[in-house]
Design a protein around this ligand. Sequence first.
Ligand code: G
Ligand code: G
Ligand code: MN
Ligand code: NA
Length: 256
Amino acid sequence: IKLHQALREDLQNDGFHLVMQPIVSLDNARTFSEGECLIRWNSPTLGFVPPDKFIGLAERTGMITDLGRWIIEEACRQLAAFIARGAPEDFKLHINISAVQFQQSDFSDHLLNCMLQNGLMNKNICLEITESVLLQNSNRVIETLSYLRRLGLSVAIDDFGSGYSSLSYLHQLPFDCLKIDRGFVNGLMDDKKSEAVISSVIMLSQRFGVPLVAEGIETLEMGLKLREMGCEKAQGYYYGRPQPFENWIPLDGVVG
Ligand code: G
Ligand code: G
Ligand code: MN
Ligand code: NA
């Protein structure tokens, strides 16, 4: 069975689910009030297929339109249920959005409707966009993101530093958060050049007045080093692996 056939079938058959990975503040990494939602596909015929293997395919075949709509609907449902179970009311969920999704003329309406139906506030949602998306079909994407930001949603630039250099455009882009690519973080402990790149991006985020999230933190030492360097937030296996929402149990209004 071909990958795209299985994708089409499982889109109809509940073959997908969402997991959430904590994003911690490095000041107090024991609890979190922010997380990234990531899709998982457990195919009855193909077994577990990682997103890297099917998101690109879904984009090329146009299936990302339906898949993306499902992701937004499910993310809103899961977040509302999570808050109902005791997570902070202002918990912020990051959702990855593909460039192609902005071509739907009702992208914003659909998103805002899902949020409304689930009783979410605009500050509950952060859209993660890669920098290449922002640079490609800029006008439409930038207008949509600017509109949503005016309403109080936030926008994070994902995998920052890994795509085209967007430095010349950065001041024109609508964003509230930068996420530095795992690739740079990997080299942090033993490579002076990675350290130089990271400290420059930390300085950049400070000058823009937005938090920087360092991704792929796997050890305490890495987290401590980043905090010392002035990085505000972190995400990675050390703080928590992506897990089904039900596995995260809020206690006294905090999740930890
Ligand atoms: O956990 P990880 O293997 O989930 O994800 C790998 C990549 O797949 C991420 O960097 C991200 O770009 C992409 N991805 C994961 N979940 C989603 C999603 O819900 N929507 C989109 N568009 N991409 C996702
Ligand atoms: O959307 P984005 O490219 O940022 O997706 C994050 C990806 O990074 C997901 O595939 C997620 O499973 C993965 N990830 C999250 N934390 C870690 C980590 O500490 N180490 C590694 N190797 N991957 C991670
Ligand atoms: Mn992401
Ligand atoms: Na990323």
